[in-house]
Design a protein around this ligand. Structure first.
Ligand code: KG4
Ligand code: ZN
Length: 339
């Protein structure tokens, strides 16, 4: 049997500079250098600063990943890299670095879609995962329900028509003066609040629709805060955080199970930065138990951006012989390949 390929994977689509080394599907190293402290004072990611930071960090992160894996450049079988969606300047840093390595080492380059990477974090955490399945992918920029019949085959069932769920978490956290990134901060504050104390809307759109909309919920919370400020009423931030989180959770859980029923699958995978949310994980698991549906999600470190998930998606592309040209460019709005 041929030895499993040794893959170096790079992820620089947003504010994490990450490199991982995988032997087949096994992660040998997953180095993540977060830029959160750099962007925190601006209340969100500043694209130009993100690109410059990636440039400063990428070589060190690659060297650390190889050292931790006990590997040398010459041992590598292929380089996997995120080429979209994401911030174009940030993507270009990882992609240029990956192309230079692939060219210099004369090994294949494997371009990976960032959302595909998020989905594949589940295959790292649950190697026995089987098809067909529905995946709920929720990040800072995307909220999608995807049907997968096989590796690398994606059918988009629904997506957000306005804000992504993670973006809504970030915007509400900013309005509450909590800081960036908002998801973990809201989730922590919500533990002390009553989710039913403040009535907030849930947008289900047309019956049977698998699309999402979070802008109405976001506006309701912002209106509530403005009204309180105008009338000098004191607000309970924990109740508002809990109410907001519960409203997002209700819609995500209901729509995910609508997708599971409509596609008649019995596995639901949850992925993306928002999949680190404890309340969402708990509610999906409860519903899964009730309906006999297997619910899987990665550990929190594999939910947010990391190189290992790109390496796992890259490994499956390697097996399928799906390599990229060295002319591959960054694609900021790259969609998932339809099946
Ligand atoms: O996937 P990700 O790391 O980056 C993108 O691809 O966008 O997702 C980042 C998003 C941010 O909006 C962040 O607030 C959210 O994931 N997030 C969470 C939690 N941890 C991260 N949202 C809710 N609860 C969390 N615990
Ligand atoms: Zn992401």
């Amino acid at each position: 049997m041929a030895p499993k390929p040794l893959i170096l994977a790079l992820e620089t689509s947003c504010d994490e500079t990450s490199a991982a080394v995988l032997r087949g599907p096994a992660v040998l190293a997953n180095i993540i250098s977060s830029q959160v402290p750099v962007h925190q004072k601006f209340g969100g990611v500043v694209p130009e600063i993100a690109s410059r930071k990636h440039l400063e960090l990428v070589n060190t992160v690659v060297e650390e990943a190889l050292a931790e894996a006990g590997a040398d450049f010459r041992d590598l079988s292929a380089i996997a890299v995120t080429y979209g969606p994401g911030l174009v300047g940030a993507l270009l840093v990882g992609l240029s670095c990956a192309k230079a390595m692939a060219f210099g080492l004369n090994i294949p380059l494997i371009g990976v879609n960032h959302m595909e990477g998020h989905i594949y974090a589940n295959f790292l955490a649950h190697p026995d995962l089987s098809f067909p399945l529905v995946c709920l992918v929720v990040s800072g920029g995307h909220t999608e329900l995807v049907y997968m019949a096989a590796h690398g085959r994606y059918q988009l069932l629904g997506q957000t028509r306005d804000d992504a769920a993670g973006e809504a978490f970030d915007k509400i956290a900013r309005a509450l003066g909590l800081g960036y990134p908002g998801g973990p901060l809201i989730s922590k504050l919500a533990l002390e609040g009553d989710p039913m104390a403040i009535a907030l809307p849930r947008a289900y759109l047309e019956p049977e629709s698998l699309d999402f909309s979070f802008s109405g919920l976001k506006s309701s919370v912002l209106n509530y805060l403005n009204k309180a400020q105008m009338t000098g009423t004191e607000i309970n931030k924990a109740d508002l955080a809990a109410g907001f989180q519960e409203a997002v959770t209700d819609v995500l859980v209901d729509k995910a199970f609508l997708a599971v029923r409509s596609r008649k699958v019995n596995t639901l995978a949850f992925a993306g930065g928002v999949a680190a949310n404890t309340r969402l994980r708990e509610r999906l698991s409860q519903e899964g138990q009730k309906h006999g549906v297997r619910i899987v999600y990665p550990p929190p470190v594999l939910c947010t951006d990391n190189g290992a998930m790109i390496g796992c998606a890259g490994y499956h592309k390697y097996l399928a012989g799906q390599f990229s040209e060295l002319s591959l460019n960054a694609v900021p709005y790259l969609p998932l390949n339809p099946s």
